[in-house]
Design a protein around this ligand. Sequence first.
Ligand SMILES: Cc1cc2nc3c(=O)[nH]c(=O)nc-3n(C[C@H](O)[C@H](O)[C@H](O)COP(=O)(O)OP(=O)(O)OC[C@H]3O[C@@H](n4cnc5c(N)ncnc54)[C@H](O)[C@@H]3O)c2cc1C
Ligand SMILES: NC(=O)c1ccc[n+]([C@@H]2O[C@H](COP(=O)([O-])OP(=O)(O)OC[C@H]3O[C@@H](n4cnc5c(N)ncnc54)[C@H](OP(=O)(O)O)[C@@H]3O)[C@@H](O)[C@H]2O)c1
Length: 266
Amino acid sequence: MEAEAKFTAERITWLRPWAPNLFSFRLTRPAGFDFVPGQFARLGVPRAAAHEAQAVAEAKIIWRAYSIASARAADYLEFFSIVIPDGEFTLALAQLPVGGTVYVERTNYGFFTIDRLAPGRDLWMLATGTGLAPFLSMLWEAPLWSAFENLVLVHSVRYPNELAYADQIRAYCTHAKLAAEGATLQYVPVVTRGAAHQALSARIPALLQSGALESHVGLPLDPEHSRVMICGNPEMIAATRPLLAARGFATSRRGKPGQMAVENYW
Ligand SMILES: Cc1cc2nc3c(=O)[nH]c(=O)nc-3n(C[C@H](O)[C@H](O)[C@H](O)COP(=O)(O)OP(=O)(O)OC[C@H]3O[C@@H](n4cnc5c(N)ncnc54)[C@H](O)[C@@H]3O)c2cc1C
Ligand SMILES: NC(=O)c1ccc[n+]([C@@H]2O[C@H](COP(=O)([O-])OP(=O)(O)OC[C@H]3O[C@@H](n4cnc5c(N)ncnc54)[C@H](OP(=O)(O)O)[C@@H]3O)[C@@H](O)[C@H]2O)c1
């Protein structure tokens, strides 16, 4: 009997541009595909030059990791993508229309999930760019609201038009479902290369070092009550992690929950 393919072919059902270099898209959800918010899928697109029928051979497909941005309960999978000017995957992906094919590996991946953290009171979610995606998936889910009293979502982008999902997140801050669970959500946009109303302007490590983030949010960052998840640019993570480690935060390891977890995008 022929072995089942490692992946399925799914269709784009929805596209949402945010800025010239940023867009979101939804795919039909593969039958039986489950995940924990924070995990990623491996997506494949046919190489731009190849005819789609030829591309089905795995060698003709380009594969990349993509954090799932949609809720576990949704009947689609949503993703939030950058377009890298000379990026092999994202250039091919950005050309696909609604109805276009994206391959999805049958397996879900990753350990960037809240169950890897020791129980705590406040969850700080620190993202740069598309590193926002896993936090969106978590935000739409009841387990997050009941696990923490205070949720803080910090999204650092270069320019104001890259603050994707800002309206949805702001609407969520006053959502009755969160209040019913006794949780609060604070959204902290950060714009580092342009003036933006109601946004901080320094990079995340600088905001931590100066204490500006804590005073803006009105909560202290301490290893007893705070848990920190950091996602996106690896240089941002490399700069942020030692600042927190110096304050007593330990990174979660397999079988050893800590106070912080990280996901590097490249
Ligand atoms: C666990 C995991 C989850 C990921 N989730 C996402 C996601 O949800 N959305 C997403 O857009 N990408 C995500 N990525 C990155 C993604 O896998 C690809 O790298 C990205 O799509 C670019 O592919 P590319 O072939 O066009 O360029 P690549 O050849 O893969 O990358 C070229 C360069 O572009 C830069 N770069 C790559 N990805 C990004 C990015 N996301 N933001 C800014 N600069 C970047 C880096 O400098 C990199 O060296 C994730 C990566 C990992 C490891
Ligand atoms: N060549 C081009 O013309 C072009 C155009 C668009 C996009 N791109 C590609 O797209 C990518 C940019 O995507 P992006 O804007 O989402 O990613 P990004 O460079 O990671 O920037 C997102 C946010 O992270 C911050 N950041 C970057 N490095 C940091 C560090 N070491 N410590 C703390 N914060 C840091 C940025 O601040 P700062 O603003 O201070 O850096 C910004 O606020 C680039 O990697 C590039 O490959 C290229």
